[in-house]
Design a protein around this ligand. Sequence first.
Ligand SMILES: Cc1cc2nc3c(=O)[nH]c(=O)nc-3n(C[C@H](O)[C@H](O)[C@H](O)COP(=O)(O)O)c2cc1C
Length: 308
Amino acid sequence: MKEVLVVYYSQSGQLLDILKNVTLKIEGEDVRVTYHKIVPKKDFNFPWTQESFYDAFPESFLQIPIELEAPESEVMAKKYDLVILGYQVWYLSPSIPINSFLRSEQAKELLRDTPVITLVACRNMWIKAQEKMKVLLRNLGSDLVGHIALVDRHINNISVITIMHWAFGGKKTKMWGIFPKPGVSDSDIAEAERFSVPIKESLMNGDFSGLQEKLLRIGAVDVNPYLIATDIRGNVLFSKWANLIAKKGKSDPAKRKKWLVLFKFYLLFAIWVIAPLVYIIYLITYLPSLGKIKKQKKYYSSVELKNT
Ligand SMILES: Cc1cc2nc3c(=O)[nH]c(=O)nc-3n(C[C@H](O)[C@H](O)[C@H](O)COP(=O)(O)O)c2cc1C
């Protein structure tokens, strides 16, 4: 009997729906699937308020962990042949609950020397978050063998508007009846079932080498080169803001609030002014950068971790 552990956190349930489809054909007489939902001691409210949404920025980006409820003893009692880790991105980083789990003693026990498949479901910017994830997994001594990324396929700025509607309204519905539905589409969620096949094959053979290539062949990852540039630039700028807010607001909550308001305006400026400029530069430099783009696409679709 093979043992698979699915670890996840999801506010809306989108990730759980995807993970259930991915494991649909893995689970069976020969494979037992156990779910572990990460539960923060003080959970993040969903829907978000404007204040709570921006307040999550510094600790998300700086990857500062919070306290979690301990996993059930049943979960801890087994040794797993595979862990599937479902996560979402908050501010270009693995979300606070996922980051906290990956820094816990329990994660060390569960994930050490264990093959891990990461499944990210986010708006569309997961490239650098996955690099941070690779480091967290390496620190745990686990072996990243597969990666699946499901995103909102609508154009960047449309998905910003619709995700805000979802985050602040709590419902994955069409804003004003005219915008597309936010997040990962219903068809992408349903079709996630196809990933079961190569995963189960590797699991049963006890050999995960080559799994990522098989997953890539069935569309597990689609790296958008424009979003690589935006993500890299965004990380540089977020690093300055996160450190500044953490420093200024350390012993003065009122100061932190003031800086978070400034950050909010900056973020809106970045999304509506800087990101389109990055897009224009990307288009202008597309042809001369083709070689570099090809290399980047290959690396970010892989489970490799470059020593940076
Ligand atoms: C505070 C916050 C920050 C987010 N930042 C990003 C981001 O940087 N990149 C991205 O692609 N999606 C981002 N998202 C979208 C999430 O990754 C995710 O798709 C959405 O919140 C639904 O996740 P759920 O499964 O928890 O409901 C963010 C969401 C929240 C709430």
